[in-house]
Design a protein around this ligand. Structure first.
Ligand code: UD1
Ligand code: UDP
Length: 383
């Protein structure tokens, strides 16, 4: 029998980190002929992940341009994918999450009547403008997709509410599969500062902030709050690997540069970032991925957004929504820096998002769907 031709499509850093273990799992499966197409919606930040996970894509659309608009990304991906899919004719395309690459990749496959599998399906805030444009991207992909790989049961419930019942699997999030390969005990950082930091004597806060809906006033509030927190607590060392988006770099430079204990550094490789978080005191972020990784590492998270599509760790008590008002962010951080009991209550490892077996389940689900397995994979049960 001929092998199932599966093409993974991704373009940004978080998609790459979360698809990397799946690309590897697909390549190892004898019944699958796996190919990989990157749009390079991100260039440097994508290449860094490809290098760490030793992935050499068969196709590279190389679309990134400075300050790209949503329409530019989507149209360039769509046109590029039309050619790639016409040439490769996969049996199944796999996209991940909620970026413009995800949406355009799924739409391009649909236009050629190629089946689509959505990895990290079913996350919702139910606010179409927040996160923007991600909430709409993932909803539209949910309508297009034939297979839906939900990290959690809550994600499946979201799909059920939208009438999506067929082809839904609860697999866990592949980010936990990735995390299991990157975090090591005696890790040596390539970034010298990160080897020099005193992780036990000081309180290292890891910060990231990049979301489009935070551009402007919310981002200014967040940055002002961060500086206030560093000023008020001499034991705090704030490490902020700044996203390469010019909008973000301008804001971070304007509000946070020139402080002796605020370290604005370039984006880290995935393994550096994971090992930094594992050694930190607290994570403050508007990132989706960090909200999943930090709880697995036992690190409390303050979310610099008004809502989250990842309520599981909030319910488990390790993540709190701080919002984007300066005084709220400062107050919550102050409490975690001064009240040991409040800190301890949040700093426990939980794994609502995965057990490191998500990729195996996704591969098994695909094989089952294509008639090569008698049973579907068992569901991920949060531990
Ligand atoms: C994108 C995703 C967002 C995801 C984020 C992860 C969309 C609409 N947004 O947002 O969901 O959370 O990635 O980081 O898909 N740049 C570089 N080099 C890089 C990467 C980015 O220079 O390696 C700069 C470019 O000027 C680019 C800009 O950053 O135009 C913004 O990148 P873009 O992908 O448009 O948006 P993100 O904010 O990164
Ligand atoms: N990350 C990284 N280097 C950094 C910052 C983040 O490797 O300097 C990783 C992080 O550990 C997580 C992913 O990038 O796996 C999250 O990506 P991002 O925050 O850009 O996007 P989001 O998850 O919000 O879509």
């Amino acid at each position: 029998m001929s092998r199932i031709r599966v093409m993974t499509i991704f373009g940004t850093r978080p998609e790459a980190i979360k698809m990397a273990p799946l690309v590897q799992a697909l390549k190892q499966q004898p019944e699958v002929e796996a190919t990989c197409c990157v749009t390079a919606q991100h260039r440097e930040m994508l290449d860094s992940v490809l290098e760490i996970f030793h992935i050499q894509p068969e196709y590279d659309l190389n679309i990134m341009q400075p300050r790209q608009s949503l329409s530019t990304i989507t149209t360039k991906c769509l046109l590029g994918m039309e050619e790639v899919l016409g040439q490769a004719r996969p049996d199944l395309v796999l996209v991940h999450g909620d970026t413009s690459t995800t949406f355009a990749g799924a739409l391009a496959a649909f236009y050629q009547q190629i089946a689509v599998g959505h990895v990290e399906a079913g996350l919702r805030t139910c606010d179409k403008y927040s996160p923007f444009p991600e909430e709409m991207n993932r909803k539209l992909v949910g309508d297009i997709a034939d297979l839906h790989f939900c990290p959690t049961r809550k994600n499946r419930e979201n799909l059920l509410r939208e009438g999506i019942e067929q082809g839904v699997f609860v697999t866990g999030n592949t980010v936990i599969d990735a995390l299991k390969t990157t975090v090591v005990k005696d890790y040596h950082f390539a970034t010298p500062l990160l080897n020099q930091l005193d992780y036990t004597g000081k309180k290292v806060i890891v910060v990231t902030c990049h979301r489009r809906e935070n551009y402007g006033q919310p981002m200014e509030n967040i940055m002002t709050a961060l500086r206030e927190i560093a000023d008020a607590h001499p034991q705090v060392e704030l490490v902020y690997p700044v996203h390469l988006s010019p909008v973000v770099r301008e804001a971070a430079g304007k509000y946070l540069s020139g402080h002796p204990r605020i370290h604005l550094i370039d984006p880290l490789t995935a393994d550096e970032m994971h090992n930094l978080m594992a050694r930190s005191y607290l994570v403050m972020t508007d990132s989706g991925g960090l909200q999943e990784e930090a709880p697995a590492l036992g690190r409390p998270v303050l979310v610099l957004r008004r809502e989250t599509e990842r309520p599981e760790a909030v319910e488990a008590g390790t993540v709190r929504i701080a919002g984007t008002r300066r005084e709220d962010i400062v107050e919550l951080a102050n409490r975690l820096l001064t009240d040991e009991e409040a800190y301890r209550a949040m700093a426990h490892a939980v794994n609502p998002y995965g057990d490191g077996q998500a990729c195996r389940r996704i591969v098994e689900a695909i094989l089952w769907k294509f008639g090569l397995r008698d049973t579907p994979p068992e569901e991920f049960q949060a531990g």
